[in-house]
Design a protein around this ligand. Structure first.
Ligand code: SF4
Length: 703
């Protein structure tokens, strides 16, 4: 370990999409002290419970520290050679369509970039998707339909400057705590109002000035009703609509068909008319409105339409891209947005390009690609289906645990067993996916050990910097992918010796034949040398060559559609994909707890974090619990048509009657039971491919 304990290292928290700056000071013996970075514009020195406990999570217990080949320790040469020859063998016998990668919003942008380049440009398969598909891909689809690009219009300062903050399907108090603190500060300092729209009254709803416990799936009806109300009260920004948008009449017509008046909106949403009227009036009368939305909107079989209905109201009032105004997608993962930037979704190429022929050709020429994917690939749920049916024979999973997180996860487990080749890159030795029996295990470097960049929810690129040595034989993901690519004969295209070289190439691709045609332009960062990369301060894209970073976009139009106009999109009538029945009479809702992250591979190491919610649980409404004879602390079995698990009962009045809430974090590795993935159905949004994880019909009974 380095013994120079001088200045702390500036890095970024590896948990949520807020992207807080962290000062890490290694103690010289493998430990580290953690503080918030007072100069980082996401958090100005603050950290939440998870971020402040990072120092407790850097130990090496449970780490995967050397390559493993067919269950035995192997050398890097052996493991890399086996991965390259295994992939080549599947390619030779079945073609590129039989190969897939499944990535993660935990990867750094540089890791993501080389993985995408290898599979889409040299293996020739488009089948690369990411757990970000489960996180916010409906926001991506909603942005692209409305703006022509996957662009978040605003910035965090808007949360400080809004007079009305609307949170839809978001428990920001627990899931984006530092941003929620900024919102509460705004209320204290400036008197901003906070409205929370959520079927479940979470810690966020507890703080609301107006809490709207909307019927599950009916968010679209609420915002359709709002659009109609804005029209009927003459609250539109006609000048903005005329100058910068199209399809308003079609969106209004559909909104009228769905929610023509206050009474219908109230009936569809299950809300008191007076509360709906208060919501409408507050929105109409407040210029500075930010509508934040999160997984309650995205993780839905109609998530893209929900996003569209929210954006419609902001476009219709011109409340976008100006201080304190705009729709705002709160990204779940630390680098979900960075992954999108380099093509981590199956329906995107690198640098926010799509699969239109000019984009394919541009990327092919830039990479000098030997075998370029030319169609969109399979999105996560379809990708695992294709493994189950035998179409995909080889899969490389990086930094994610689909046997816990995917819907219908037991089916995913059965599918993985059918693969001819399963490669897993991870830094834990025993996740469910690793334990499933990967043919090849690569030990990946973890947070604090590797260098790269991440992009947070406000388009801000920040550096993650190494402050600990690589343990054992662990290596950065970009290095592992590049070595396999070299073994496969693509050495000229994968010459990287540092994350900085990869970032420069990524930046160059964003600026390649761009000329303002695409939103993502890092032209000003193309010439960063190693010192410049090491010193890179947090910066919001686009940053074109010779230009300044963009804090906000679209106040004066300039959308990335062919005609430069935003589209208002007519949503489909809202309905849930599944139905309740006598056997499964409850809606099962899933989400996070305050102090854990994903499958707890890091937060599970901190006793302090573990003490907040020590065991997997199910929240039950008091009346339902009384009817079922359940008391707090009892064990109950929660079942759906695809699986069941035993959980500790928690009685919670914020839980609506007829609904259950379960956290997602527990796995076989952390608990004898409590995995939620097997219970959730895989109904997907037709536009985004994102699965519904908020409304699965379920049963609960005393165990
Ligand atoms: Fe980390 Fe998110 Fe907490 Fe910030 S809010 S410290 S990024 S978990």
């Amino acid at each position: 370990y380095p013994t120079d304990l001088g200045a702390p290292v500036r890095t970024t928290c590896p948990y949520c999409g807020v992207g807080c700056g962290v000062l890490a000071r290694p103690d010289g013996t493998g430990g580290v002290s953690i503080q918030g970075d007072p100069d980082h514009p996401a958090n100005f020195g603050r950290l939440c419970s998870k971020g402040s406990a990072l120092g407790e999570t850097v130990g090496l217990d449970g780490r995967l520290l050397h390559p493993v080949l067919q269950g035995r320790r192997a050398s890097w040469d052996e493991a890399l050679g086996a991965a390259a020859s295994g992939l080549q063998d599947v390619l030779d016998r079945h073609g590129p369509d039989a190969v897939a990668f499944y990535l993660s919003g935990q990867l750094l942008t540089e890791d993501y970039y080389v993985a995408n380049k290898l599979i889409k440009g040299f293996i020739g398969s488009p089948h690369v998707d990411t757990n970000s598909r489960l996180c916010m891909s409906s926001s991506v689809a909603g942005h692209k339909r409305a703006f022509g690009s996957d662009t978040v219009p605003g910035c965090y300062e808007d949360l400080d400057e809004a007079d009305l903050l609307i949170l839809v399907g978001s428990n920001a108090a627990w899931c984006h705590p530092i941003l929620f603190r900024r919102m509460l500060d705004n209320r204290t300092r400036r008197g901003a109002k906070i409205i929370v729209v959520d079927p479940r009254r979470s810690a966020t709803g507890d703080e609301a000035d107006l809490f709207l416990p909307v019927t599950p799936g009916m968010d679209t009806a609420l915002f359709c009703g709002l659009l109609v109300h804005l029209v009927e009260t003459d609250a539109l920004d006609r000048a903005y609509l005329d100058a910068h948008t199209s399809d308003f009449e079609a969106a209004l017509s559909r909104s009228r068909a769905i929610a023509p008046d206050l009474a219908t909106t109230a009936r569809l949403t299950g809300l008191p008319k007076s509360d709906v009227a208060s919501f409408f009036t507050l929105f109409r009368n407040t210029g500075r409105v930010v509508t934040c939305y999160s997984q309650g909107v995205n993780q839905s079989a109609q998530g893209t339409d929900k996003v569209g209905a929210i954006i419609n109201c902001h476009l219709a009032t011109g409340r976008i891209g100006r201080p304190g105004m705009g729709p705002f997608s709160l990204t779940g993962q630390p680098n979900a947005m960075g992954g999108r930037e380099v093509g981590g979704l199956a329906n995107m190429l690198a640098a926010h390009m799509g699969f239109a022929p000019p984009d394919i050709d541009r990327v092919r020429r830039f990479w000098d690609a030997s075998r370029m994917a030319e169609t969109e690939g399979l999105k996560a749920v379809a990708l695992f289906d294709a493994i189950d049916t035998g179409r995909i024979k080889a899969l490389w999973v990086m930094a994610t645990n689909p046997l816990v997180s995917m819907p219908d996860a037991d089916r995913v487990a059965r599918a993985l067993a059918k693969l001819e080749l399963l490669i897993v890159s991870d830094n834990v030795a025993s996740s469910d996916t690793v334990a499933r029996g990967a043919d090849i295990l690569f030990p990946a470097a973890a947070w604090g050990e590797k260098d790269g960049t991440v992009t947070n929810s406000e388009r801000r690129i920040s550096r993650q910097r190494a402050f600990l040595p690589l343990p054992g034989e662990a290596r950065p993901d970009w290095w592992i992918v590049s070595e396999v690519a070299r073994e496969m004969g693509f050495a000229a295209a994968f010459p990287y010796r540092s994350a900085a070289e990869i970032f420069r190439e990524h930046a160059a691709l964003t600026a390649f034949e761009n000329e303002g045609a695409r939103d993502l332009d890092l032209g000003a960062l193309v010439a960063l040398d190693q010192d410049g990369y090491d010193a890179l301060a947090p910066v919001q894209w686009p940053v074109p060559a010779g230009g300044a970073e963009a804090r906000r976009l679209f106040a004066e139009g300039g959308f990335f559609t062919l005609d430069g106009r935003a589209r208002l999109v007519p949503p489909e009538p809202p309905k849930l994909a599944a139905s309740l029945c006598d056997t499964y009479p409850f809606w099962l809702n899933t989400g996070r707890v305050r102090d854990h992250w994903h499958t707890m591979t890091r937060t599970g190491k901190s006793p302090r974090l573990g003490s907040h919610r020590p065991v997997p649980f199910v929240e039950v409404n008091p009346a339902d619990a009384a009817r079922l004879g359940l008391s707090a602390g009892d064990l109950a079995r929660v079942s759906t048509t695809s699986g069941s698990t035993v959980l500790e009962v928690e009685i919670h009045s914020g839980q609506a009657p007829g609904s259950l809430f379960v956290p997602i974090h527990w796995s076989r590795d952390t608990s004898s039971d409590g995995r939620i993935g097997p219970l959730v159905h895989g109904f997907v949004d037709p536009h985004s491919g994102q699965p519904e994880t908020k409304a699965t019909p379920a049963a609960i009974a005393p165990e």
